[in-house]
Every structure is written in C-alpha cells, then in structure tokens.
Design a binder for this molecule. Structure first.
Ligand code: IYR
Length: 220
C-alpha cells in the first residue's frame, strides 16, 4: 500500500496541550449513561455524522468490521423493545445469578425498557466476524471485539460532545436483532445504543469513578 505524508490536523504548544487535556477530561467526566430520554427528534443528518465519526475508529488490518443500523421507525423500535423485554424478563427472573442481580440493584434497572421506544434513535451495532466472498470463502476479520468496542467508544464520545445522551444496552441474548434488522449471517449484534436528549426529569445513579491511584500505574 502506498504511504502518504501525514499532515497533523492540529498543532498545539505544550501549554495548550496541558490545558486542553485537562478541559477535555473534565468534559468527559460529565458523561453519563442515561435511561431516561426525551422523545424530542434528532435530525437524520446528525445521526449520520455521529455514525461516520464512529466509523473513523482504528480496526484490525483496517477491516472496519462493523455495521451500524440507525432506527427511528416507531414500528421497528416497538418490535425491538418487545423482543428485548421478553429476553430481559427471563434474565431478571432466573437467568441472571443472585450475585449479578445484587450488583445491579443500586442502578434500579429491571426488565422494562421503555427508552427503546421513547428515544428518537436506536443505533444497533453489529460485529462482522468475517467477510463472505462471492465464492463462499469466509475471509476473516481481526480483533473484531476490540475494533467494534473502539468504534462504540468514539460514538459515545461524539454523542456526548453534542450534549446528547446514550445508553450502552445489552439485552441478552441479542439474536432477535439479527432477525428484526435482517442482517446477514456474518454479522452478530454487539451493542444497542439509544440516543437522544435527556428527559427533563432524568436521574442518574450516584456512581463513583475509580481514582487515579486505582486505575493508573506509572513506570517512568
Ligand atoms: N442487560 C440487562 C442487565 C444489565 C447488566 C449490566 I452488567 C448492566 O450494567 C446493566 C444492566 C439490562 O440492560 O437491564
């Protein structure tokens, strides 16, 4: 592959880098997962911009092993909600361990997922384990979970940057999404992310993020 000169998109001095890193940290510190959405619409072009931003993420051998389904259709959102709630009902009533339920109790989650209908958009991310060639050969993708996870991280950052909110939701199992969204056999659901404005009465659990002493080890 031909290599091209790299033109840095921005050049800051040391002082500016220090200031920017602190203010971006402060901004990201304010990001929260939200379960309470307003039904206020968001323009399709905004969602397209967010998804194309996510699709700039690095990926194994640049295979970009992801597909984003952007759903605003009330009929499809309802189908997704009903199928998710059916699975979640079973999870909360027998499939999840006591230990898991106890870990979740402070968050106040349950099997009901009204946000899947209320949020103006539900983005469903699929991982492409391999590419299916015309002759039937399954050409592998690499580091698929890492790549798709990175793309979702970029997506959440881009959503937060607009003052919009999201929830990383993982109804389990998620196979119903493959059927509802008619995805091919080489795609498996990875995450479901409702996106919208926060509801006026939205609340968030009082979580504490780990301190630098807990997450950061220096080797200088
Ligand atoms: N998928 C369920 C349960 C759930 C699991 C974890 I780990 C969470 O951090 C939150 C919820 C649900 O969405 O309710």
């Amino acid at each position: 592959m031909k290599h091209l000169p790299f033109n840095p998109p921005i050049t800051l001095n040391d002082d500016e880098i220090l200031k920017e890193s602190a203010s971006f940290y402060q901004w990201m510190e304010a990001r929260r997962s939200l379960r309470f959405f307003s039904s206020r619409p968001i323009e399709r072009q905004v969602i397209e911009n967010l998804i194309m931003t996510a699709s700039t993420a690095p990926s194994g051998a640049n295979k970009q092993p992801w597909t984003f389904c952007a759903v605003s259709s009330p009929i499809i959102k309802k189908r997704i909600r009903e199928a998710a709630e059916e699975e979640e009902y079973r999870s909360y009533n027998g499939r999840m361990s006591q230990e898991w339920l106890e870990d979740l109790a402070p968050f106040g989650t349950d099997w009901q997922k009204p946000f899947l209908e209320i949020a103006p958009w539900v983005i469903v991310i699929f991982r492409r384990g391999y590419e299916l060639e015309k002759n039937g050969h399954k050409h592998p993708n690499y580091y698929v979970n890492e790549s798709v996870g990175l793309a979702c991280g970029v997506l959440l950052t881009a959503i937060h940057q607009l003052g919009l909110v999201a929830l990383t939701h993982t109804p389990s199992p998620m196979d119903f999404l493959t059927k509802i969204l008619k995805r091919p056999v080489n795609e498996k659901p990875f995450l479901l992310i409702p996106v919208g404005f926060p509801a006026e009465e939205a609340t968030v659990p009082n979580i504490i993020r780990k301190s630098k002493e807990e997450v950061l080890i220096w080797f200088e």
